[in-house]
Design a protein around this ligand. Structure first.
Ligand code: NAP
Ligand code: G4F
Length: 330
């Protein structure tokens, strides 16, 4: 069989938030980018519309191993970034089996496809700080034990350990980034950060009256997605594969996110936010805050965007979007 293409990367989840930023980074680095996209009745290329003529799309689904083998055989990438997942924690409580099939077993299908087609492919797995769940220590590092609190978190623990297992069993160059929450103007509207930034912008324009939220006391270590995709790429470039925590080292509550977002537009969030039980979770992750010391010392990775800057960036982008100054979320 022919050799793989040395500067070709395949990204699963290319239509998602991280997929779009990683594609931009890899194109800048001179890669051929191939994006695996699942079939749907309407295309969801909003985040990659501005990149479409510079990338190759291949059809495939993490639920279908044959499609993954075929995509690898056809395009022969040197690097595979597995960003695809059922990634919304709240949905994982209602669709636990689908979440397990995609977010857990999907990783095995892809690793197996790599093992079969070309075990020299370098692999990145999108692990998550949700694996720490009911945290066993503060801050969380690569050695903190996992205690997931949702079917999503449980599925990510499986995905994490199967990545370690294929590395140890078959010698794959397989790395996991344990990424803490990262946001951007391209974040899905169902996640709390974007839900708040979009609502604050809509309320300031008189297009929305209130914002219904769940637990305002949950704390997260929120960074900017554009910074975090650089850490993914750096992991794959190392001589040895490994696992790395990627985070800012700061934690803030959902309430603080609201305060800043509304204040950015001269409003007080308390006048608009309404607590709604529908957005509470059966089990909550109360506090996440990481220590990215290993990523700093071994990868030379540091985040550029801080919390205040992130909130302002998201609110400004939503204001522009609602005022028609932005065509999409590129
Ligand atoms: P996202 O915006 O929700 O994107 C998820 C992507 O997965 C979409 O492109 C989606 O395609 C694709 N997908 C879903 N099911 C699939 C399937 N069965 N087969 C193929 N593709 C499928 O997620 P994100 O925020 O970019 O996150 C990227 C990855 O990092 C995910 O694995 C997530 O769990 C993980 N992660 C995210 C964070 C964070 O804070 N953002 C933190 C830690 C880990 P469609 O467009 O067709 O739906
Ligand atoms: O924005 P969230 O939905 O993100 P969550 O659950 O932390 O998960 C995200 O980050 C993980 C990394 O730790 C990723 F692995 C995962 O894929 C995803 O990207 O919720 C953040 C917090 C939660 O505590 C939630 O209970 O905000 C709280 N919250 C309060 N009201 C709400 C709402 N969350 C959402 N989505 N919607 C609300 O109305």
């Amino acid at each position: 069989m022919a050799e793989h293409h040395p500067r070709r990367a395949l990204i699963t989840g290319i239509t998602g938030q991280d997929g779009s930023y990683l594609t931009e980074l890899l194109l800048q680095q001179g890669y051929d980018v191939v994006g695996l996209v699942r079939r749907s009745s309407t295309v969801s290329f909003e985040r990659i519309a501005h990149l479409q003529d510079r990338i190759t799309i291949v059809s495939g689904d993490l639920l279908d191993e044959a499609s993954l083998i075929e995509a690898l055989r056809l395009h022969r990438p040197a690097e595979v970034y597995n960003l695809a997942a059922q990634s919304f924690v709240q949905t994982s409580f209602g669709q636990p089996v689908l979440t397990g099939e995609t977010t857990a077993l999907g990783v095995t299908r892809l690793l197996d496809a790599i093992r079969i087609v070309d075990p020299s492919i370098r692999f990145y797995q999108a692990s998550s700080s949700e694996m720490f769940g009911k945290v066993r220590e503060v801050p969380q590092t690569e050695t903190t034990p996992f205690y997931p609190r949702s079917p999503y978190g449980v599925a990510k623990v499986y995905g994490h350990w199967i990545t370690v297992n294929y590395r140890e069993s078959y010698g794959l160059h397989a790395s996991s980034g344990i990424l803490f929450n990262h946001e951007s103007p391209r974040r899905g509207l169902e996640f709390v950060s974007r839900k708040i930034s979009h609502a604050a912008a809509a309320i300031s324009l008189g297009r929305q009256r209130e914002l219904r939220l769940g637990n305002l006391d949950a704390k997260r270590d929120w960074g900017f997605a554009g910074d975090y995709v650089k850490a993914m790429w750096l992991m794959v470039q190392q001589d040895k594969p490994g696992d790395y925590v990627v985070c800012t080292g700061e934690t803030h509550s959902v309430r603080e996110f609201c305060e800043l977002a509304f204040a950015h537009l001269g409003m007080d969030y308390r006048d608009y936010v309404v607590i709604d039980e529908a957005f509470m979770r059966p089990a909550e992750v109360d506090l996440l805050v990481g220590d990215a010391g290993r990523a700093a010392s071994e990868l030379g990775w540091h985040r550029a965007v801080g919390f205040q800057q992130l909130v302002a960036m998201m609110v400004d982008a939503d204001l522009d979007l609602l005022q028609g100054k932005l065509k999409g979320i590129s």
